[in-house]
Design a protein around this ligand. Structure first.
Ligand code: FES
Length: 71
């Protein structure tokens, strides 16, 4: 799905950008030009960004602090 019609940016491109380390609208704006023309895509792009960040944070393995078990 195209999120930003002005700059031909898809939701897939935004997800790939998040996977490569981008975490903010400023970064998406700088690297993909999302929202730099009419700005109507801003809310949708932000939703895609937030959803992808949530998905990737849930995919992180849980780390256990073994030193807490020793006490
Ligand atoms: S639709 Fe994204 S700047 Fe116009």
């Amino acid at each position: 799905m195209i999120v930003c019609i002005c700059n031909n940016v898809s939701d897939r491109k935004i997800r790939q950008a998040v996977d490569s380390g981008m975490t903010s609208m400023n970064e998406l704006r700088t690297h993909l030009d999302v929202g730099t023309c009419c700005g109507k895509c801003h809310a949708c792009a932000k939703t895609v960004l937030r959803e992808r960040l949530e998905e990737t944070s849930q995919a992180q393995p849980m780390l256990f602090q073994t030193n807490l078990l020793v006490a």
